[in-house]
Design a binder for this molecule. Structure first.
Ligand code: HEC
Length: 138
């Protein structure tokens, strides 16, 4: 299980939202036992990562999951194997989607994405409900 109490910067609200997000993920995995086992949150969103400490990584993980699942599930970024330069281009283009996110938090989201979803790391397999997800129209 994710331990959100490690997140010293997280407000109660953020923790609640994250818990709800995780509960949803659990629910999506439920109909098929095998698929549920495929979704290993700790493996996909592992910490520590890159040059982030474990604590910084855990905070960035919360921020990413809360910020980046408001409009779509995490499939498009979990499946992405972008290089740092590709993430930078993406982050610049996607910045206007999250106007309420601070620049500091956005940098941390960037670090989290770059250290997990890149050409060096294998693409995680997701349950069919998430795997077959398609993006909302722009
Ligand atoms: C306000 C709604 C909204 C939020 C919040 C949002 N997205 Fe998106 N995202 C979209 C839409 C709409 C698309 C499909 C159209 C497009 O590509 O712009 C998309 C597409 C994507 C794609 C696929 C396109 C590509 O260029 O690779 C990725 C990856 C992605 N989002 C990641 C993220 C991440 C990471 C965050 C958190 C920083 C995030 N999204 C937050 C609306 C949003």
């Amino acid at each position: 299980m994710l331990n959100f109490t490690d997140n010293s910067r997280g407000s109660t609200l953020r923790i609640t939202v994250a818990a709800a997000a995780i509960a949803t993920i659990g629910f999506l995995g439920q109909p098929n036992g095998a698929a549920a086992q495929e979704l290993d949150i700790e493996k996909i969103f592992f910490c520590p990562a890159g040059d982030m400490s474990e604590d910084a990584c855990l905070v960035a993980r919360d921020t990413t999951l809360i910020t980046c699942t408001a409009c779509h599930v995490f499939t498009p970024f979990v499946k992405a194997q972008k290089t740092e330069a590709e993430w930078d281009t993406f982050l610049e283009a996607h910045r206007s989607r999250v106007p309420e996110t601070s620049d500091t938090d956005y940098v941390e989201i960037g670090k989290f994405l770059k250290s997990h979803f890149n050409p060096e790391n294998p693409v995680p397999q997701l349950p069919p409900e998430l795997e077959n997800y398609s993006l909302p129209p722009a």
